[in-house]
Design a protein around this ligand. Structure first.
Ligand code: SF4
Length: 72
């Protein structure tokens, strides 16, 4: 399987510029994993732009979203 870097770059929602890992999802995931974080594409845009990529922020974000969806 060929590397899909150009396709990945086109759909990468990360707003952090510049980043040499953009489009290289394998490097992106490893980099954030080392810091106990997750990649930008797993966060909704309003959280992504805070650059807080911690697992704690991810859990809090989706705990709120789950609660909201249960109340609908
Ligand atoms: S999520 Fe992190 S590693 Fe991935 S492209 Fe954005 S800044 Fe770079």
């Amino acid at each position: 399987m060929d590397c899909q870097i150009e396709k990945n770059k086109a759909r990468c929602p990360c707003t952090y510029e510049p980043c040499s890992r953009k489009g290289k999802c394998c490097e992106c995931i490893l980099y954030h994993k080392e810091y106990g974080e997750l990649p930008a594409c797993l966060f909704p845009p309003e959280v992504e732009k805070s650059y807080d990529r911690s697992i704690g922020r991810f859990v809090k974000t989706f705990a709120v979203k789950v609660k909201e969806s249960e109340q609908e």
